[in-house]
Design a protein around this ligand. Structure first.
Ligand code: TLP
Length: 345
């Protein structure tokens, strides 16, 4: 049987043989009692590499983001975030439901909130307005095509937040991709945030889990919110062991995924029905726009599926996201290029 080339997301990565091995022998305990040595080790390690005081293991990136929003805010307050942020686009209105906060949406190229707009948008909480208490950033930026938000931009936004006594949360689901692209340590990115969430289950290849990192007081409170949301697990060391291995061994390999994305984009550039902004191909994603064709991304995803290639498609949308990861290689990438060229011929 032909291999299925799954380019829907890096969330589809399967655990390695080594991960499966460590999972089968992980030492575990009840994490509600903080008795799971493997979870404790993962949390200590995650905090250290992010340059934060403390960390907690959470079931998903979505829950991690929402725990942070609820921990930083009170109902009726306002959070500022990019219009295309995952928290706004893909988390089902959770900030309104879980934290009771307003979301103020700002624009900016490649996922970087416009700094002047940011300054103007902050509400100090007079009698007429909801008070701004949190700014959320995202790096790399998913909807913008896996783009990297520069350290200069992160610093500017962080400085503005601090001048106004506002907290900053970083959705760093793919912070290791950002670090690989920038050639810096993840700490250099995370230092412009009060809390950072990152995922073990995307390009790093662990089966489940994300981390929330911050200062001691913040994590103490976040632990209670996690419990309230039902996200505190019991013998979670089984999955934490794979997360720990992923964290220790996979970040250095992410640049290979970036090379595949680049190769894919360059292999399609110049096609009459395809538009790709090469400058936005910075990590492991490629946003392809279909032009001068009646096909939408839904049609194309069905035609690719017939060729054993999986990509998400939507009716009436002409943009398609291709995500590269450790379970596809250069040969698969070449096959995907040829398949797309054939479909559009
Ligand atoms: N993103 C998924 C989908 O939800 C779109 C994907 O396939 O890319 N922050 C960012 C920036 C993300 O991209 C994601 C997942 C999350 C948070 C949520 O992580 P999970 O899926 O673990 O809840």
């Amino acid at each position: 049987m032909n291999k299925i080339i799954d380019l829907r997301s890096d969330t589809v990565t399967k655990p390695t043989d080594e991960m499966r091995k460590v999972m089968s022998s992980a030492i575990v305990g009840d994490d509600v009692y903080k008795d799971d040595p493997t979870v404790n080790e993962l949390e200590k390690y995650a905090a250290e590499i992010m340059g934060k005081q403390s960390a907690i293991f959470v079931p998903s990136g979505t829950m991690g983001n929402q725990i942070c929003i609820k921990t930083h805010t009170n109902p009726g307050e306002e959070i500022i975030l990019h219009r295309k942020s995952h928290i706004f686009v893909y988390e089902l209105g959770a900030p309104a439901v879980i934290s009771g906060v307003l979301t103020k949406l700002l624009d900016g190229p490649d996922g970087a909130i416009d700094i002047d707009e940011l300054k103007e948008s902050i509400q100090q909480g007079d009698m007429h307005h909801a008070k701004t208490t949190l700014i959320c950033m995202e790096n790399t930026h998913n909807v913008c095509g896996g783009t990297v938000v520069s350290l200069e931009h992160m610093k500017k936004a962080y400085d503005i937040a601090k001048e106004n006594n506002i907290k900053v949360h970083l959705d760093g689901a793919r912070i290791f991709n950002a670090a690989a692209a920038l050639g810096v340590d993840v700490k250099e990115i995370a230092k412009y945030s009060d809390s950072v969430m990152f995922c073990l289950s995307k390009g790093l290849g662990a089966p489940v889990g994300s981390m929330v990192c911050g200062e001691y007081d913040f994590i103490e409170k976040a632990m209670r919110v996690r419990k309230m949301l039902g996200g505190t697990m019991r013998q979670a060391g089984i999955i934490a062991s794979a997360g720990l291995l992923a964290l220790k061994t996979m970040p250095d390999k992410l640049c290979l995924d970036h090379e595949k994305a680049r190769f894919f984009a360059e292999g399609l550039i110049g096609h009459k029905n395809i538009n790709i902004d090469l400058s936005s191909v910075q990590t492991n994603m490629v946003n392809v726009d279909f032009i001068d064709t009646s096909y939408d991304s839904y049609d194309i995803s069905n035609m690719l599926k017939d060729k054993n290639i999986l990509v998400n498609g939507d009716k009436n949308i002409k943009r398609m996201r291709f995500v590269f990861h450790r379970d596809v290689d250069m040969k698969d990438t070449q096959i995907a290029i040829e398949a797309l060229r054939q479909i559009l011929n």
